[in-house]
Design a binder for this molecule. Structure first.
Ligand code: NAD
Length: 340
């Protein structure tokens, strides 16, 4: 039985908690949030952009308002860090130094320096660090990765990713909408597609980005479109959270190769369709569950097997943050930014 403590019981912490409750090889023994109402015996639900939200019964957990206390008083195998992005490094390092395997929500850190601190702490502690880049585990995206690696689309012509939402208003103290704390839609939302692109195609030679703001001030981070420069196919991703309030959260992709088009969108019905270049369209089968469920089940398995996670290494999650920084530089300068 893996004993877990969750810190940050907002939208994502609640999602993770509910998933662990459904797993029989995990026990959430403690939860922590600086806001006492979020660690009350009956914690009100925090809705987000995707996933079910319900009130939580936390009567079986030890409940804390300070991570230090939780680390001192509990015997934990793993800490799951679901606090705002600007606190990932601080809390991940504390959990690793306390001898716990650690999960940190994405993006890995607010800066590359944050990512480096986390990697160094994991190495020094000899504990596993897993960054919750859930899209690598999202069934439709897993299918796309698998089709590409098996050559199921044939020679690839273009891949296009979309992720768009109204402003993220649920966050505690509005931290998500402050780019100094969250990195804006660029680092918080768009990184999902960047991370997936890198995991499937490797690092592009360069990026060319255009971005704009509708409500943020300072660097352009509300809406972005980037071209990832690979030698032999087009790769583009669009992301943003400046959509009008009534616009439903959207994620999707279109991957076009000589064997056909794989088309996925939350707005489509059915959401996933393969259009062969020759023959009738059909909906391919995908694995059951969400990316959230699948990533946590994967890491719990890694801990049970004492096997560091290969599907998301800390270095690969850092690379996703690095590419976001290059996109930001490109958006600010208007220039193509080379990646080494
Ligand atoms: N994988 C995904 O699809 C996805 C979706 C949403 C958010 N996230 C990530 O999850 C993380 C949390 O985002 P969220 O949407 O849950 O935000 P949130 O504001 O809903 O939750 C954050 C929680 O952390 C708590 N907190 C803040 N400072 C604390 C401290 N010092 N000690 C203890 N608790 C503290 C807050 O009170 C709040 O309850 C972010 O890094 C975000 O990028 C990932």
């Amino acid at each position: 039985m893996i004993r877990i403590g969750v810190v940050g019981m907002g939208f994502m912490g609640q999602q993770h908690f509910s998933i662990y409750e459904g797993m029989d090889n995990v026990e959430v023994v403690a939860v922590c949030d600086k806001n006492p109402t979020k660690v009350a015996e009956a914690a009100p639900s925090v809705g987000g952009n995707i996933g079910e939200a319900t009130e939580l019964d936390l009567s079986a957990q030890a409940r804390y308002v300070c991570l230090e206390d939780m680390l001192e008083k509990e015997e934990l195998d793993c800490v799951d860090v679901c606090v705002p992005t600007y606190l990932h490094a601080e809390m991940t390092v504390a959990a690793l130094e306390a001898g716990c395997h650690t999960i940190s929500e994405k993006p890995m850190g607010r800066s590359l320096e944050d990512c480096d601190r986390m990697i160094a702490a994991a190495e020094a502690a000899g504990r596993m660090l897993f960054i919750a880049q859930c899209v690598r585990f999202w069934p439709e995206y897993e299918l796309l990765a698998d089709m590409i690696s098996r050559g199921g689309l044939g020679r690839l012509a273009s891949v296009k990713f979309t992720r768009q939402s109204p402003p993220a208003t649920w966050a505690e103290d509005g931290w998500l909408l402050d780019p100094r704390l969250s990195g804006g839609a660029m680092l918080d939302l768009h990184i999902h597609d960047v991370d997936f692109i890198l995991s499937v195609f490797g690092k592009p030679s360069a990026v060319l980005a255009r971005a704009s703001n509708l409500f943020s001030t300072g660097e352009k981070v509300d809406h972005i479109i980037t071209s990832y420069l690979y030698d032999d196919f087009i790769c583009v991703a669009e992301g943003g959270w400046a959509m009008p309030g009534a616009f439903p959260f959207e994620m999707g992709f279109q991957a076009l190769g000589e064997q056909g088009l794989l088309d996925f969108s939350l707005a489509n019905d059915p959401m996933l369709t393969f259009y062969p270049s020759d023959g009738e369209p059909y909906t391919p089968e995908v694995a059951a569950g969400t990316g959230y469920e699948r990533e946590l089940a994967y890491f719990v398995q890694c801990m049970e097997n004492d096997q560091p996670p290969e599907r998301v290494t800390p270095q690969s999650a850092r690379e996703s943050v690095q590419v976001i920084m290059a996109e930001q530089q490109s958006a600010e300068t208007g220039e193509v930014v080379q990646l080494d």
